[in-house]
Every structure is written in C-alpha cells, then in structure tokens.
Design a protein around this ligand. Structure first.
Ligand SMILES: [Zn+2]
Ligand SMILES: [Zn+2]
Ligand SMILES: [Zn+2]
Length: 157
C-alpha cells in the first residue's frame, strides 16, 4: 500500500456536528475550515458561527456588568444626560486622564473590559454616552453641563 493511500485510509473523515446548531461537516469537505475551528488536533464542538455568537454574548454581558457597576444602577445610564441606550454608553476617565489611559488600554472597546477582568473595577471611571464623552474631551464641558449651570443660575436668581 502506498504511503499516500495509507494516509488517506487512516484519515478520520467522521462527521463533525455543532453541539449548538447541529450544523454538520466532514473533514474532507472543502469548506469545513470555514465552519469549524481546529485546535490541538481537535475540532471545536461548536461551529464558528455559534462560537462567535457565544463570544459576542459574553462580551456584551461583561460590558453590561461593568456599565452597571460604574453607573451604580441595574439599568446603566449616562452620568451626564441620563440616556440608557446601552450601545451609546462608554467608560469615561474622571480627572481627564483618559488620554493617558487610552494609550495604555488602546481605543478598542473590548480592551478596557479585558483590563477590568485583569485588574478589577478600578476607581476613577464613570459612564457617559459617546456624545457627552466627546463633548467633554473636545470642549472640556458638555452642553448639558452648561445647561445645568444656567438652570441653577436662573433658580438662584
Ligand atoms: Zn453551530
Ligand atoms: Zn450623555
Ligand atoms: Zn452631556
């Protein structure tokens, strides 16, 4: 028997099935590698799509946990305008050391979550929405803060 034939015969072409969605593929299928990951010689138990979904869900859960912690509320909100739209919320560095921190943590949204995982929920962070965060970093003050000052001034007048 030729080496090649032996190799082919010993090749395990057993059907692989995703434990989550049931998608099936065989190692000899051309498109297998686009469906399943292989690590340490073993095929992943879930297809790439399901594994990615799980990863995204986990990342979202981590983000919400951190947002809740820093909002000190079950429903996270922007500490300036009060919006509760999760996708608009971000972590803001009090004392404006954000630039330095961003350098350490990088701009990527997941970086700070990895940082929290490693170092715990450090002090000096609050939750703002992207709008308020951007206004504060470019103008040092959000229009909401100016509005609040005006209201207080009118109230005290
Ligand atoms: Zn799947
Ligand atoms: Zn806001
Ligand atoms: Zn604001």
């Amino acid at each position: 028997m030729s080496d090649l034939l032996q190799k082919l015969l010993s090749f395990d072409n057993t059907l692989i099935e995703c434990t989550k969605c049931g998608r099936q593929a065989r190692p000899l299928d051309v498109d297998l590698s686009s469906y399943f990951h292989k690590s340490k010689g073993k095929w992943a138990s879930q297809c790439k799509e399901c594994a990615n979904k799980k990863k995204r869900a986990k990342a979202m859960a981590d983000r919400i946990m951190a947002l809740r912690h820093y909002s000190k509320s079950d429903i996270p909100f922007c500490g300036c305008c009060g919006t509760t739209e999760i996708s608009w919320l971000c972590f803001n560095h009090i004392n404006g050391d954000g630039a330095k921190h961003r350098k350490e943590l990088g701009e990527g949204g997941d970086r700070i979550l990895r940082f929290f995982k490693k170092n715990g929920y450090i002090d000096g962070i609050n939750v703002l929405c992207h709008n308020c965060n951007a206004s504060r970093s470019t103008r040092s003050e959000c229009p909401h803060e100016i509005q609040r000052r005006i209201k207080v001034a009118i109230h005290n007048a």
